[in-house]
Design a protein. Structure first.
Length: 132
């Protein structure tokens, strides 16, 4: 038995403005935590978000989608070092309604032109000094 709940349509493209980032501490393997303002597509969240260092190198680790796909966590293979890092997010990441960073799923093409950018969305974050 499945229960379906119909809600108002979601017709807005994605925005990072209300995402919250919980930074890990240097010297730890604690996860980076990103809390989204709404659920995102589970498989695309795992595929389309990567962590890079200040030189653009991908940080090796394991990503997970949690809390009904409203939270993304990343646990690094090696301990975090203090410094600047970036979340590099494909603009094709979607919510369950098919909205992405470029367009709402059902954009009215008679009014708005569809955007087809593959430019990643970048969010910077810092890993602080080790706590003694």
């Amino acid at each position: 038995d499945k229960k379906l709940v119909i809600t108002a349509p979601a017709r807005e493209k994605l925005s990072k403005e209300n995402w919250k980032i919980i930074n890990p501490e240097a010297g730890s393997k604690n996860p980076l935590v990103v809390k989204f303002d709404k659920a995102l597509d589970h498989a695309l969240g795992l595929k389309y978000i990567v962590v890079t260092d200040s030189f653009g190198n991908i940080v090796e680790g394991k990503a997970e989608m949690r809390e009904k796909d409203t939270v993304w966590t990343f646990s690094p293979v090696k301990t975090w070092t203090a410094g600047q890092y970036f979340l590099k997010i494909s603009p094709f990441l979607e919510d369950p309604a098919g909205n992405n960073f470029n367009n709402a799923f059902d954009v009215d093409v008679s009014v708005d032109k569809r955007v087809n950018s593959d430019e990643p969305v970048i969010i910077s974050f810092r890993v602080g000094q080790e706590m003694n």
